[in-house]
Design a protein around this ligand. Structure first.
Ligand code: GTP
Length: 597
């Protein structure tokens, strides 16, 4: 294919502004997929993605479009993940294309994720076509939203394409805009092969599938290729394009996007952002800017029933094959037994993995409090990463502790601004900037990641009734007065509940935690002290009084089947409990106890 007949693009949007619906329409209107095969949100392949309506893995589709100028163009859409946890994947896939459609809900306006993603698109040198979606809604206000795009992003929106992805209105204009307003790719057909590894995934029939964007040169079936980061060599078994079904193709030249299989064993052997070249006569320099994705949030995963440990291990190994950004190692906890310490790109990533483990592998899990990676500067000069508060060494060996800080951008309607400022202040935030775009405020905060990983996002949504949007990037590690707080139940430390906390906030946190635990732990036949402590010093204490719990008492002994049902119910509840010394703690307590509201 000639370069000037190709257009490569991605769609940038805030969650729910209609990215998937628009992608579906583009595929449908160009007849890429027969009508009977069309199902909504075609590009979100995993069940969980469809249910949650989020796109996790970058997917791509190749569309053929006969344009008004009489020529047929090849349009390659790369579907980028919208959420901040996958920012690195977004930035790589952006570099694989030349342009973006910026989709903004015409009844809403620019949101924090729109901003974060559009900046990445601008960084990647994209040409950007603004698209106002949902103009069918009565609340749509295209003029306001155009002004909003110009104010907040500084992008000319006078030529924005107006559409309703839902009804199909304006979709032909989008296709024309892609062809006329986005640039064609560039590249040298005769140069040595240089292709970017954009994404890879595991397919149960095909094994590992690798998606690439060819920059220079030509790749063909049977070629022996080298991955420049890992130096691994593979022969290409199969070369194809996604329509979105895999369709074999003889070769891919400059500007083209496609996939290959090459008997690669695990997704871990492929690195997003890596450069692919030929084994012989390869290119000299790799594409710039490769960096492996780093987990930033860690938590422990334990089976509720210790007998399920091997099943959990199998499941984790299987998932890890397909997700190179998820890390794990075995962990033993005095309280929870054998499990795994797992690293994630962020909270959403954690949620997705946990849900997949529970759903696809039918496991009951205890998730310990998410923690960030602290840097311990030891007195002997060594710097250690602390992934788990339970591993905190004796303070006499520690000189100081650093924690990761983030730069957060929050966009919120004016009337909720006060609540947002208070929330950020409560989480040790430092305000950096405050600007207005019409009735919406945009605040930037410097915040400790540790204060955000847990329930910040939930709180943000609840105090603003869902009207705020939020995005962040890690800025730096900085020293602060951090201490480890332990929780003792019936005088036994429960290691899975220990957290790192700022010294000035330890008492308040400790108080909330012991009060919550008092509510969450059912009464036993003996009195149970619940304490929070820093080292040997107890900073908060509650006592759970003794009681005999007989759930069948109110059945008056009469109805046997009803009685049995209640006992079954109690047994079911038991399954979700975990024994600590003589005390049973419900599985949910580990997360609930840490909430700060
Ligand atoms: P994520 O995949 O979650 O990032 O969201 P998305 O941006 O892909 O949004 P999606 O396409 O899933 O659309 C979100 C919601 O908006 C869905 O309920 C759509 O049916 C609805 N929607 C999309 N386009 C339109 C439109 O043009 N008009 C109206 N009224 N609703 C739309």
């Amino acid at each position: 294919t000639q370069l000037d007949h190709i257009r490569n693009f991605s769609i940038v949007a805030h969650i729910d502004h209609g990215k998937s619906t628009l992608a579906d329409r583009l595929i449908q209107m160009t007849g890429t997929v027969a009508e009977r095969d069309m199902k909504a949100q075609l590009l979100d392949s995993m069940d969980i993605e469809r249910e949650r309506g989020i796109t996790i893995k970058a997917n791509s589709v190749r569309i053929e479009y006969p344009a008004k100028d009489g020529r047929t163009y090849i349009l390659n859409l790369i579907d980028t993940p919208g959420h901040v946890d996958f920012a690195y994947e977004v930035s790589r896939s952006m570099r694989a294309v030349e342009g973006s459609l910026l989709v903004v809900d015409a009844s809403q306006g620019v949101e924090a994720q729109t901003l974060a993603n559009v900046y990445q698109a601008l960084d990647a040198g994209h040409e950007i076509v603004p698209v106002l979606n949902k103009i069918d809604l009565p609340a749509a206000d295209p003029d306001r939203v155009k002004a909003n795009i110009e104010d907040v992003i500084g992008l000319d929106a006078s030529d924005a394409v107006m559409i309703s992805a839902k009804s199909g209105l304006g979709i032909p204009d989008v296709l024309e805009a892609i062809v006329t307003r986005l640039p064609a790719p560039q590249g040298e057909r005769d140069a040595p092969l240089r292709a970017m590894l954009v994404d890879s995934w595991y397919d149960s029939y095909l094994g590992v599938v690798v998606m690439i964007r060819v920059m220079d040169g030509v790749i063909r079936k049977g070629d022996r290729i080298r991955m420049m980061q890992t130096n691994a060599i593979y022969p290409i078994d199969r070369l194809a394009v996604l329509k979105p079904k895999m369709t074999d193709i003889a070769e891919l030249g400059p500007g083209e996007i496609g996939v290959f299989t090459a008997s690669i064993k695990q997704v871990r052997d492929t690195r997003v952002g890596d450069t692919i070249t030929h084994e012989r006569k390869g290119c000299e320099a790799p594409l710039p800017g490769f960096k492996p994705a780093q987990p930033v949030v860690f938590c422990g995963l334990f089976p509720v029933d210790a007998a399920d440990f091997e099943d959990l291990r199998d499941a984790i190994e299987k998932l890890a094959l397909n997700d190179a950004s998820f890390s794990y190692e075995m962990e033993t906890s005095a309280a929870l037994g054998f499990g795994f310490r797992c690293g994630f790109l962020g909270l959403l990533h954690l949620e997705v993995i946990r849900e997949r483990l529970e759903r696809e592998f039918d496991l009951d899990l205890i998730t310990t409090a998410p923690s960030v990676v602290f840097k311990l500067h030891m007195k002997d000069g060594e710097v250690r990463d602390l992934h788990n508060p339970a591993d905190m060494p004796d303070l006499t060996y520690v000189d100081h502790i650093e924690e990761p800080r983030i730069k957060a951008t929050i966009m919120v309607p004016d009337e909720y601004l006060g609540d947002i400022l208070k929330l950020c202040q409560d989480r040790r935030g430092i305000q950096l900037n405050l600007t207005y775009a019409g009735p919406r405020a945009m605040v930037e905060y410097d915040l400790p990641l540790a204060e955000v990983v847990f329930d910040f996002y939930d709180r943000l949504k609840s105090v603003t009734k869902g009207y705020a949007s939020f995005d962040y990037s890690i800025s730096e590690y900085r020293e602060d007065h951090l201490v480890k707080m332990s929780i003792l139940v019936n005088d036994e430390p429960v290691d899975a509940l220990s957290i790192m906390v700022h010294r000035d906030r330890a008492e308040a946190r400790g108080r909330v935690m012991v009060e919550k635990l008092k509510e969450l732990i059912p009464r036993h036949m003996f009195k149970i002290p619940i304490q929070a402590a820093i080292g040997a010093r107890v900073i908060a204490r509650e006592t759970l009084s003794a009681m005999r719990k007989d759930v069948t008492a109110k059945c008056y002994g009469g109805d046997a089947s009803r009685k049995r049902k209640l006992l079954d119910k109690q047994k079911e509840g038991k399954k979700k409990m975990r024994q600590f010394g003589k005390v049973e703690i419900p599985q949910t307590a580990f997360i609930q106890a840490l909430k700060m509201d």
